[in-house]
Design a protein around this ligand. Structure first.
Ligand code: GDP
Ligand code: MN
Length: 385
């Protein structure tokens, strides 16, 4: 799941037909006052943070002139909220607010469908409204096969406390929001406040957007934006080599072909009294090159992390053949002698060929996963003496 900054969320909403205020991002006071000038001086300056409650914390503030926008931006850029330092502000045209409402769509995992929440009284007190008068918040689960029908959206608007033209325009907004929700592969779209302006328009004045990063393959916005910052260097290399690699803290470095197999290895290593140093799954049909890259990664782990005392390899051959899996291991070991002993087990199609190949480079091969894991765990926990 990836939470977006307000300005990013609004950009995507605008691309999907949702009206948002005109605005510009600024990272220093000069940029903020230039933005205010371009927007006609009367603006709001909003901290860009991945936490809510900015309004109550004084981090959403109106400015009447470009000079004031600059000085308010300076103050906001100096602030923090819930441990997050403000790095940027969004400078937006000031809205003439007639009414603040609330609309959100999220994935309700328990119900297995999108859930719409709507309320005619939005703004910074929405939590209080929901607590004191839960009946003021309309709830509607969308049937994903049928989509959101106009009459359903209208009913939601009425239940939320709207009538007449207000209910009709709110229901149209909900339909647009639902179609944006689907197109964006969103997990949450929350618009609070959804502002009705004095000249009768509905505008998304705030946007909390969480996208499903499993949809990165078809969402250009998410591509290259998966939270790479949180990855270790080896994990990043794993992603480049297209293997699932996760750094852990233990003594036994692990590689296998198949996520289920590797998860079992983690458990077994624990069972035999050691701790796994990593998770590495090459995937079921790994090529010789991929097996080589994967073992190279594990050997690097063993070189870089002094806690690592052994390597455990497990191949279950069916889509991969011994020439691929064991062949890749031979290539890796030939290029880079391992710092620690390797313990292996090979099951499946022509396993004996794979075993022989591994033995030929000095790898200790065992007849069962339990025995291989036990040996790797023992080697890793034996005292140095
Ligand atoms: P949040 O407190 O982090 O959810 O930030 P919001 O973007 O929701 O802003 C908080 C409040 O600022 C809103 O509920 C409005 O009442 C108030 N506000 C006043 N003028 C404006 C305006 O022109 N635009 C926006 N977005 N909010 C305004
Ligand atoms: Mn808000």
């Amino acid at each position: 799941m990836m939470r977006l900054y307000e300005f990013e969320g609004k950009l995507l909403l605008a691309q999907n037909g949702i009206p948002v205020p005109r605005g510009e991002v600024a990272s220093n006071p000069e940029e903020a006052s230039i933005a205010a000038a371009a927007l006609g001086d009367a603006v709001v300056v909003k901290a860009q943070l991945l936490v809510g409650g900015r309004g109550k914390a004084g981090l959403v503030r109106p400015a009447a002139t470009r000079a004031e926008a600059g000085s308010i931006a300076a103050q906001i850029l100096d602030a923090s909220l819930s441990g997050q330092k403000v790095q940027r502000v969004l400078v937006e045209e000031r809205l003439q607010i007639a009414r603040e409402m609330y609309a959100s769509i999220s994935v309700d995992r328990l119900a297995g469908s999108p859930l719409i929440l709507a309320c005619a009284e939005g703004g910074v007190e929405i939590e209080e409204v929901a607590r004191a008068r839960p009946e003021a918040v309309a709830r509607h689960h969308v049937d994903v096969l049928k989509g959101l029908r106009a009459h359903e959206a209208l009913q939601v608007a009425k239940t939320a406390g709207l009538a007449g033209d207000d209910a009709v325009s709110f229901s149209r907004f909900l339909m647009q929001l639902y179609s944006a929700f689907c197109r964006m592969d969103a997990y949450l779209l929350e618009v609070n406040p959804l502002v009705a302006t004095t000249d009768g328009r509905l505008v998304a004045a705030d946007a909390k957007v969480i996208l499903d990063d499993d949809a990165a393959f078809r969402q250009p916005f998410l591509q290259g934006r998966r939270d790479d910052a949180a990855l270790t260097p080896l994990e990043r290399e794993g992603r480049e080599k297209k293997v699932s690699y996760v750094d852990l803290e233990g003594e036994v470095a692990i590689m296998g072909n198949g996520a289920g197999l590797v998860l079992s290895l983690l458990d077994l290593v624990r069972h035999y009294g050691a701790r796994p140093a990593n998770f590495l799954d090459t995937g079921g049909g790994a090529s010789r090159t991929k097996a080589r890259d994967a073992l190279t990664l594990v050997m690097k782990k063993a070189e870089q992390d002094p806690r690592v005392r052994s390597i455990l390899l497990a191949f279950s051959l069916s889509i991969s053949l011994p020439e691929d899996a064991a062949g890749g291991v031979l290539d890796a070991v030939a290029a880079r002698p391992p710092r620690v002993p390797i313990f292996a087990v090979v099951h499946g199609t022509r396993a004996e060929v794979g075993e022989e190949m591994l033995r030929s480079v000095g790898i200790k091969v065992f007849p069962s996963i339990q025995e291989a894991t036990r040996a790797a765990a023992l080697a890793a926990t034996r005292s140095n003496a």
